[in-house]
Ligand binder design. Sequence first.
Ligand SMILES: Cc1ncc(COP(=O)(O)O)c(C=O)c1O
Length: 476
Amino acid sequence: MQRFIARRVLSGRGQFPRWLSHAAQKEASLHDNNGVVVPKIPPFDYSPPPYDGPSADEILAKRKQYLSPSMFCFYQKPLNVVDGKMQYLFDENGRRYLDAFGGIATVCCGHCHPDVIDAIVNQTKRLQHSTILYLNRAIADFAEALTSKLPGNLKVLFFTNSGTEANELALMIARLYTGCHDIISLRNAYHGNAAGTMGATAQCNWKFNVVQSGVHHALNPDPYRGVFGSDGEKYARDVQDLIEFGTSGNVAAFISEAIQGVGGIVELAPGYLPAAYSSIKKAGGLCIADEVQSGFARTGSHFWGFETQGVVPDIVTMAKGIGNGIPLGAVVTTPEIAEVLTRRSYFNTFGGNPVCTAAGLAVLNVIEKEKLQENAFIVGSYLKERLAALKDKYEVVGDVRGRGLMLGVELVTDRQLKTPAKTETLHVMDQMKDLGVLIGKGGYYGNVFRITPPLCFTKEDADFLVDAMDYSLAKL
Ligand SMILES: Cc1ncc(COP(=O)(O)O)c(C=O)c1O
């Protein structure tokens, strides 16, 4: 970061002064008390309408009174997000923030993308809900477009409202198809929080003490913390061991993310999925790819995360990015496997509703039209390179990983012991928010920055993010 001769403009610690308008922020090079240039958000030609609603404090008080105490917020002083436009969010005072978390890897086209809004509004005006008991073109058109993005015989879809629902359905389909109950998932995975998916989720802080039967958790092929480093095939041996020593020899399914999101952006060691899938197939099981976070062009190099390991799953589950924020999920499988659901009636009131599927189709079109996969690759590679340079500069940066616009930065207080730097992570996150950058946090220890912005992120945004992280790390 550039240093200049001291010029006192700021009175606080790295914050823009409240009195400075956005126009002035654009013009002025701000310096802190030590003469260090304060990173500045790239210019953007949009101002949200004025906000005259309740303040952050008032909303927080209402939330505390009326909503479940389980609901938590980021930041010491939670942010009241009022407006969104592409890769930016605006608070109650109209202050603009760079959104590098994308509503948890969900907003892929950009906040309030005009094409997605048009699709939602137009469909809502004509018909909002009817259920699949009647015909409507929205669900059929989206199903056709979405299955065209999948390889092999993955050509039949069932729509749900969330990732949890999609994974619940996938696990049930696998159990019905194989006649087996045992599922193998990975330690550190997150697949949802209903009865079956909580069993597949494998971090104790996301699991309640309720019955979760029939799931075995294999060693995580985590190149940074795992016992075998980046040797994917060695980790896959544990899947074979679980089959031989923990089951009847036959299993229903193996489920995994290609890049663990909640788990702290852990990209599975190379060679892992082909070897694990091979063991599962021999044991008669189905392979489920959970693409809830890594799907829809986020990895840049591929449209789906599983493609990075050259495998073709039997079932693919998706949500989040599929709808750019609209509640939508899906399970895709082969016609033969999908047949199991005809054994009984299976129904989902909202799944595949016209508004959500119209939005989904618009999202696919925007990804294509605006070349968002290519952008995720180019900007993501640039951002990763710049983040990696922070590792050379700060001992506290233990690892930089991920691909495309699904990146992680893990902070440790001791590089040898990999001691999680949890407090430092929270501190830097708060500092970055004050500078105007919102990033996510995850990993079992809560010491990994999760960077999963809208895929329209620019190189200038990437520079601002890294400069803000650099500035905040320097102050630790
Ligand atoms: C990989 C993965 N699968 C499933 C889910 C559950 O999705 P939802 O919160 O929509 O139920 C999540 C949520 O974060 C996820 O990251």
